[in-house]
Design a protein around this ligand. Sequence first.
Ligand code: ADP
Length: 414
Amino acid sequence: MKILSFGSCNLDYVYKLHHIVAKGETEQTSSMSIFAGGKGLNQSIAMARAGAEVYHAGCIGADGDMLLDTLKDSGVDLRYIKRVEEKNGHAIIQVSEKGENSIFLYPGSNAMITEEFADSVIAEFDRGDIIVLQNEINNLDYIIKAAYNRGMTIVLNPSPIDEKLSAMDFNMISYIVLNEIEGEHISGQNIPEKIISQLKLKYPNLKIVLTLGDKGCMYYDGEDIYCHAAFDVKAVDTTAAGDTFMGYFVASLIAGESSAKIIEKASAASAIAVSRNGAAPSIPYSVEVDSTISTMKLKAGRTASREEEIKEKINRYTEENIQDVNLAELAGKLGYSPAYMGELVKKVFGKSFGKYLMEKRCDKAAELLKNTHLSVGEVIRAVGYNNESFFRKAFTQIYGTTPYNYRKTMKNRG
Ligand code: ADP
């Protein structure tokens, strides 16, 4: 399965000045920098850094060498990029001392995509390959139809939102990844749950990812709705948050991860991007995401309910299988790898799986000691221990008394 990212590449000219230039005014800037940008480029880079094999297609102007270098450095395949005579698409960005910005965009090369070019690229891909699209190139509706007819799986980030999108047939799209503003525009609803239910109603086959900034995200995967809170980072620059999310979402999807894991990884990657300056340079590599995710804390909000849901599932499984709890089996039931399951238990319960299980077993043993006539040995075996002295020690540590004395105290009380 290959990923074709058909999208924009922009040169971002960033000018720092005292204040945003007003009508009729001229002002000298204090600095000027050029950055690689554009949603297509950012998302291609995010997917490549997440470990996916990515082919970027689009048009680059005569002045766009820096963009090619940036894509190449992250491991993106450039064979479907066409050089055009036109100036590269670029943004002129004013940033004031107060951090306000004002942007105008010249589409340039990003508006030079012909139907023939789109056809020639799509012909190189097969049924089941993924095409990733945003709304910063011309002929988007043509590309969607061509990719659909080719049997490709279409992932659309309908950004920036404009009237052209209203004319598009989202029934051809498999996955839509959008923020609250885009969601409201397309669905006419302004509450996250309602945005999703309205889109589901209108486009029954659409899988929906709704990103909610520092409130996290929601993902309807065709069966269930998953929520994830944002990770708690100090936000420095939210540029490319959505692009990083989108890139990691697609890369994890193609890697066959579970829905819960997909949005967790995308949330972690985009939180890391938010904690740094810049667009493309802020997008992390997969090794960094994997190594920091277990230490990252969640923000309160939408994820609290997701966390509660996970806790409840782990508790239920453990209680139902107290005698022979198995981490790999639990991981399988929740759709995670066994290694990750251990990390998740630590994250939601704040303790290792071993400690969590021992406490659960002691609680169950206490209940049996109190409410049944099973002997202490039988209770110990009923909660899954063969080594009695090990259990007695653990129980005594947690309950501050031996199992035998615990029963005696409870009986006296009862
Ligand atoms: P866009 O950049 O397209 O507007 P969002 O603002 O919804 O997208 O952000 C995309 C994702 O990035 C969110 O779902 C969240 O996981 C992450 N994110 C955005 N802002 C923050 C933040 N301040 N702190 C942590 N994560 C954030």
